[in-house]
Design a protein around this ligand. Structure first.
Ligand SMILES: Nc1ncnc2c1ncn2[C@@H]1O[C@H](COP(=O)(O)OP(=O)(O)O)[C@@H](O)[C@H]1O
Ligand SMILES: O=P(O)(O)O[C@H]1O[C@H](CO)[C@@H](O[C@H]2O[C@H](CO)[C@@H](O)[C@H](O)[C@H]2O)[C@H](O)[C@H]1O
Length: 473
């Protein structure tokens, strides 16, 4: 029932760059081919599992697509259609992104529960897990680098889109932490793999089924609610008292949560050290790291000229790091730590998504790091949250800009300090005692963000740039 391969490839090549999770938006697709195609469900509707080999800039990335095929596409699935409607193509089959079709995704739970193998796909469940199969799926609407399906309020199944060679970091870390009894990650129930291509090759992780923490609220939404409330307290122009207000006056003060989040972060860092170990890198490697940070800055300034005015201050921070380099303990860390990666549930903070930064190579994502790299990531996130509303809102009157900027700084400073306090009190390395290291990490992350936003969400680019203007002033 699949259309001829050339039609399918053309349709996929047109559809892929429009997907939020497609990682190659900054360049054209030079070639696209279907690496593996596995029929998971025959009939009408049918479900095919595809792995696409996508060639760009001399590199080939693999992407996972669940392809739905129907003779007639119901209205509820029109928005997920891939390629021209059947009439335009002259073919009978209508193709669509099957993650939107609960009639088809149901098979994922069935196969995970049964520990099945279909073609090269292997479905596994965690030791002792009894997976329910009576739940229908719904894709989540969050800004994502992958696609996650909710199954009732029991499970969340993350289908990795751009595939990495070998065991996916998110699976590896979550499994190790779950097995080690860490309560700050959602328990893993199962996972899906593609069997290794050759002997000695590791399997490729395709999906991860975890506890859905349905009562949780993500850190970003909570922080933004607090910032919104804090801005709402801004007195009218001409009132000097606003400058005196301390950020604790906001009804939705976030500082206590920021402090608890700091503590949870330190606990997860300890659990990661217990599970995967700690090594010490010599000072020479720290100097090399500082040089890499600076090289990335140079490259990003070329790609995004708006960063150039800050380059001098950023380079100074990287040079300070190199000048004061000393041996550094490194370990597994989160790798892309921000407020969107943490959930507040009734029992505390939970950390999600240990896959590292989506714009990095696998080797970079796997590299061990000092835990303060994560702390710096979260500090950046407080900066983002503080400035998001004023930078992105079209309705801020120009005359309110400077006050709101001051308010943003106060909110960020208060929550950054609370987070660091909680982190150090729970046994993490004290950020205040590592000012040079953490400043370099923070600037490294800001450079990454500038590039990330320019590529993926250009409308957000002013957020890291404004924050940099403040941090480097
Ligand atoms: N176990 C979970 N329980 C509840 N919500 C979750 C869970 N895992 C992820 N989420 C929600 O899904 C969003 C995206 O998840 P994430 O793992 O960061 O995806 P991606 O790697 O695609 O960016 C999170 O910000 C969070 O809101
Ligand atoms: O969550 P992902 O793994 O997809 O991470 C990428 O996207 C993030 C945005 O969705 C991006 O985070 C940046 O924006 C956040 C607000 O949306 C902010 O809280 C973060 O501090 C900021 O870095 C992340 O960098 C990127 O890797």
């Amino acid at each position: 029932m699949l259309p001829p391969e050339s039609d399918l490839v053309r349709d996929l090549a047109e559809w892929l760059p429009r997907q939020r999770w497609f990682g190659g938006k900054d360049g054209p697709i030079d070639d696209l081919s279907i690496g593996t195609a596995t029929e998971l469900l025959p009939g009408d509707p049918a479900l095919h599992h595809l792995i696409l080999d996508v060639r760009q800039n001399g590199e080939t990335d693999q992407y996972q697509v669940l392809l739905g095929v129907r003779r007639d596409l119901p209205d509820r699935l029109r928005y997920a259609e891939i390629g021209a409607p059947a009439g335009g193509r002259g073919a009978k089959a209508r193709l669509y992104d099957a993650v939107h079709d609960p009639d088809l995704t149901r098979i994922l739970l069935n196969e995970l529960a049964g520990g099945a193998s279909i073609g090269p796909l292997r479905f596994h469940h965690a030791d002792g897990a009894r997976i329910r199969t009576d739940l229908a799926s719904l894709p989540i609407t969050a800004e994502q680098s992958n696609t996650s399906l909710l199954f009732g309020d029991a499970y969340i199944c993350k289908l990795f889109r751009r595939l990495s060679r070998g065991v996916n970091l998110d699976l590896e870390v979550n499994l190790a932490l779950t097995r080690g009894g860490c309560t700050h990650v959602p328990a893993v129930h199962g996972w899906i793999e593609l069997e290794p291509h050759g002997k000695g090759e590791p399997p490729i992780t395709l999906g991860l089924l975890s506890d859905y923490l349905h009562t949780g609220a993500d850190g970003w939404s909570l922080a933004i609610a607090s910032v919104r409330d804090w801005y709402a307290h801004t007195p009218p122009p001409g009132d000097d008292e606003w400058a005196e207000l301390d950020a604790s006056a906001a009804g939705g003060d976030f500082a206590a949560e920021a402090e608890r989040l700091g503590a949870a972060t330190a606990e997860v860092h300890r659990a990661l050290a217990d599970a995967f170990g700690v090594t010490v890198v010599p000072a020479g490697e720290v100097r090399a790291m500082a040089a890499r940070m600076n090289a990335e800055l140079t490259g990003t300034c070329r790609a995004v000229p708006g960063l150039a005015p800050h380059a001098k201050a950023l380079t100074a921070a990287f040079l300070d790091l190199a000048a004061q380099a000393e041996p550094l303990p490194v370990q597994r860390v989160h790798g892309d730590y921000h407020l969107g990666q943490v959930l507040r549930t009734e029992s505390g903070w939970t950390l999600l998504d240990f896959e590292g930064e989506p714009a990095r190579t696998q080797t970079e994502r796997r590299a061990l790091a000092h835990p303060l790299r994560d702390v710096a990531g979260m500090l950046r996130s407080f900066e983002y949250a503080a400035r998001f509303l004023i930078t992105k809102s079209a309705s801020v009157p120009t005359e309110s800009g400077p006050w709101l900027e001051t308010r943003a700084e106060a909110w960020a400073a208060r929550n950054r300090a609370a987070f660091c306090r909680g982190y150090a009190a729970a046994g993490g390395p004290d950020p205040a005692a590592h000012a040079v290291l953490i400043r370099a990490f923070e600037f490294e992350k800001a450079v990454y963000e500038v590039r990330y936003e320019a590529r993926n969400r250009p409308a957000w680019l002013p957020v890291p740039l404004k924050s940099l203007a403040h941090l480097t002033a």
